[in-house]
Design a protein around this ligand. Structure first.
Ligand code: PGA
Length: 233
């Protein structure tokens, strides 16, 4: 199974930055990588531009960083799955700890986002920390578990440059599988080209923010990921 590597740009970058990132990415020949599936999660405003640029790309899909917990309707400022139709969105990150912390998102709202995404054929990437893993699982309808990807993101590792030990990650991967069943589990938190292989040996992919902002760094990480999967075969 190829590993999933997701680039989360958070609220970085302007239009010019995105244009040059994509141009450099296209010429970096990531399309030949066989062992990784890539998803870019740019700020929402850049989704149409990237949808056009990546149309028919063999291994790079699009993800949104968030999604409305409501269907289309009178919800000013929210982006519903209907708004996203035709833009080839494959994944939606939901419940990122920054959404929980700064936007006060609750486990129930995250569960509602999961439902909205799945009903629209978008795979939710549900971010969890150990603190709310159980409550988050309880809030999501069991029927949806098998259609989720769970991202374990320890707060101490996000944006700090201090990634978590693989022993600890392994323990949480097992706890996630006890809570959600046999779902894909990815790890996020200070993943770089130097440590990605360690995480890919114990989980199904990585969620990468800081090291996805510069295209050279991100492509280096993808190549390291590909090489580590090939070496493990
Ligand atoms: P980081 O962030 O890669 O900058 O540590 C990870 C995340 O927030 O998903």
């Amino acid at each position: 199974m190829p590993k999933l590597i997701i680039a989360n740009w958070k609220s970085h970058k302007n239009q010019d930055d995105v244009k040059s990132w994509v141009a450099a990415y296209q010429s970096a020949r990531v399309a030949h990588l066989q062992q990784v599936r890539i998803a870019l999660a740019p700020p929402m405003v850049f989704i149409p531009m990237l949808a056009e640029a990546l149309d028919q790309h063999p291994n790079t899909a699009l993800a949104v960083q968030d999604i409305s917990p409501f269907p289309a309707g009178a919800y000013t400022g929210a982006i519903s799955t209907e708004n996203l139709e035709g833009l080839h969105i494959k994944y939606a990150i939901v419940g990122h700890s920054e959404r929980r912390r700064y936007f006060h998102e609750t486990t129930q709202e995250v569960a509602n986002k999961v439902e909205q995404a799945i009903k629209a054929g978008i795979t939710p990437i549900v971010c969890v920390d150990t603190e709310y893993l159980q409550t988050q699982a309880a809030a999501i309808h069991e029927d949806y578990y098998a259609q989720c990807i769970i991202a374990y993101e320890p707060l101490s590792a996000i944006g700090t440059g201090v990634s978590q030990s693989t022993t600890e990650v392994q323990e949480v991967v097992e706890a996630v599988k006890r809570a959600f069943g046999e779902v894909p589990v990815i790890y996020g938190g200070s993943v770089s080209q130097n440590n990605v292989s360690e995480y890919l040996s114990i989980c199904d992919g990585a969620l990468v923010a800081s090291n996805s902002l510069a295209v050279s760094e991100f492509v280096g990480l993808l190549e390291a990921a590909e090489a580590s999967v090939v070496a493990a075969q």
